[in-house]
Design a protein around this ligand. Structure first.
Ligand code: SIN
Length: 573
């Protein structure tokens, strides 16, 4: 349904995607329609929000645990949050961007509360704070127990609907419009299937992640890497895509997306147990460490799932009502049953490179949220820093546009690219499709006609190949196997229909190629990227792998900034 159509002509800002990052930008940029709208003044710009599903149907609403921000507690400080973020990022965070994240987070949470979001509180009225893996103290605000994303999305959707933003639901962005070295909007497939140009002075990529590249994921079906692929096709730099984060405690169950058993359960004392019932890892370690330990234990014990033991948790049902209801629906009682778990693709830590204000390398194109690489996550995102990143950088880019910002600055992770401080390297070439045809059941059934059934089948084959070859632990051999499948699929479906399913498949294949190229190039283990053939981290690899859509990769020196510099990232543009 389209709740309000854009009038003809050029929009001031077109926001692609309707999760926390996109809507945090939209509500600040658009004029408020009613006094019940966003409590700020609203920017008064002509804004459109384009989303391929309904407005409220984004990955944000699936987020469970919460928003990490320093909102109370004598033991906590933004310096401590920064230190935890940098430690989780395994040497690849941009400290200036992470400083922005932790410093601006608390006020963005308060703004969201002013907008109407309701977070859980203690009996005395203070915000209830939970602890999650990688955090040195309790600092995660949450809603509905572990239904935080749903509440954040509800509040932002209400504020957007109460604004003058035009909303285009069930529209599918096909490609960026690039003219005269600037992004001028997109070509999109309208609700009726027509390809139309939606022109805008500024375009914001807030299209979310690419978890659907994998067969086992916590991401909804819409997470098909659309923004990442559009950026690559337009030659816009993306980085860190080898760092797909696998969440350790997805329920081992056929449902897709996989039901998540929030990290907050471990924060409350739930234990991880192997096939013999023994504990084997610190439950509160960052999630890359936990997922890797699980993968190794599963391999050693020849099993495809382990256990989360929450039997000793007091008040499970009242503290985690949505998880409790999901478990009850499939016949599991956390008071008596250990819960079967296995890692699942959860969050792309990299994405389209941005400066400290959300501008990409292409003037007129901005990015925020999971599609972006601001550098705050490095090689592994700290738990509950994702909603926070969307809130902080979505708002920040909106304020920058309102201040007259027009293009990128040499700051944050974008600085080395804009300043040419890069070392070009030959990226591994994807295998030719004829070379060593992979023995994956079903490949032979793809006839290259691009029939709809082929598209669904190809998506399934791609997902299985990526989970097998580019999962929690990879090697040169496993990545090459996945690469051969991707090459065959790309050939077989090159004439796929120009509908949404065909477009999503093309985007998934583009995202997969990028992940495989970076993962093959990075011959070390770091953060969420674990190589069985290179099990150690290497100082030589403390750099970012950047793609610009060509078949090359570029190795950069990391822009780490100075974690002690309080002014980092807050100087005027
Ligand atoms: C969780 O609740 O475990 C997921 C939150 C996150 O991805 O940070």
């Amino acid at each position: 349904m389209t709740s309000s159509a854009p009038t003809s002509g050029t929009l001031d800002v077109l926001v692609l995607g309707s999760g926390v990052a996109g809507l945090s930008a939209a509500v600040r940029l658009a004029a408020p329609l009613s006094p019940t709208g966003y409590g700020g003044d609203g920017g008064g710009l002509r804004v459109g929000v384009l989303t391929k599903a309904e407005l409220s149907q984004s990955a944000t609403r699936w987020a469970q645990g919460g928003v990490a921000a320093v909102l109370g507690g004598d033991e906590d400080s933004t310096d401590l949050h920064l230190a935890d973020t940098l430690a989780a990022g395994a040497g690849l965070c941009d400290a200036d961007a992470a400083r922005v994240l932790v410093d601006e987070g608390p006020s963005r949470v308060h703004e969201l509360i002013a907008m109407g979001a309701v977070f859980d509180r203690q009996p005395g009225g203070a915000l209830a704070l939970a602890r999650e893996g990688g955090h040195s103290t309790a600092r995660v605000v949450h809603a509905g127990g572990a239904a935080t994303g749903a509440e954040v999305e509800r509040a932002l959707v209400d504020a957007t609907r109460a604004s003058a933003a035009a909303v285009l639901e069930e529209w599918f962005a096909l490609d960026l419009l690039v003219e005269g070295g600037r992004c001028r909007g997109v070509v999109a497939m309208a609700l009726d299937g027509r390809a139309v140009e939606v022109r805008a002075t500024h375009t914001v990529l807030a299209t979310g992640g690419a978890g659907q590249v994998f067969s086992v994921t916590t991401n909804p079906a819409e997470a098909t890497g659309d923004g990442l692929a559009m950026a690559l096709r337009a030659g816009v730099s993306v980085a860190d895509v080898e760092f797909m984060q696998f969440h350790p405690t997805a329920l081992h169950h056929p449902a897709m997306p996989r039901p998540l058993l929030s990290e907050a359960l471990r924060g409350h004392g739930a234990l991880l147990r192997d096939a013999r019932g023994e504990r084997f890892v610190d439950e509160l370690a960052p999630r890359d460490v936990v997922s890797r330990a699980m993968a190794e234990r599963m391999h050693e014990q020849g099993v495809d799932s382990l256990w989360l033991d929450a039997t000793q948790l007091a008040s499970f049902d009242s503290r985690f009502p949505t998880i409790s209801a999901e478990l009850a629906a499939i016949g599991l009682d956390p008071a008596t049953d250990w819960l079967p778990i296995a890692p699942a693709a959860h969050y792309l830590s990299g994405g389209v490179l941005t400066d400290l204000w959300g501008a990409t390398a292409l003037p007129g194109l901005w990015a925020a949220g999971e599609v972006a690489c601001t550098g705050v996550h490095g090689a592994n995102r700290l738990a509950s820093n994702s909603l926070l990143e969307g809130m902080v950088f979505g708002a920040r880019l909106a304020e920058t546009i309102l201040d007259g910002g027009t293009g990128p600055t040499p700051t944050g992770v974008l600085a080395p690219v804009l300043e040419g401080r890069v070392e070009a390297v030959d990226a591994p070439q994807p295998p030719a499709s004829g070379a060593g045809r992979p023995d994956l059941d079903g490949l032979d059934g793809l006839d290259g006609s691009g029939a709809p059934a082929d598209v669904a089948k190809a998506r399934d084959l791609l997902q299985r190949a990526m989970t097998d070859g580019a999962g929690v632990v990879r090697s040169a051999g496993s990545l090459a196997r996945a690469g051969r499948v991707v090459a065959v699929l790309a050939d077989a479906v090159s004439s796929a229909p120009a509908d949404r399913a065909g477009g999503e498949l093309a985007n998934l294949l583009t995202a997969a190629r990028s992940v495989l190229a970076s993962a093959t190039l990075r011959t070390e283990t770091r953060g969420a990227h674990a190589r069985s053939d290179f099990p150690e981290s290497s100082e030589a690899w403390r750099c970012r792998i950047v793609h610009d859509g060509s078949e090359r990769g570029t190795v950069l020196a990391p822009a780490t900034g100075d974690p002690q510099d309080d002014t980092a990232g807050r100087s005027p543009r």
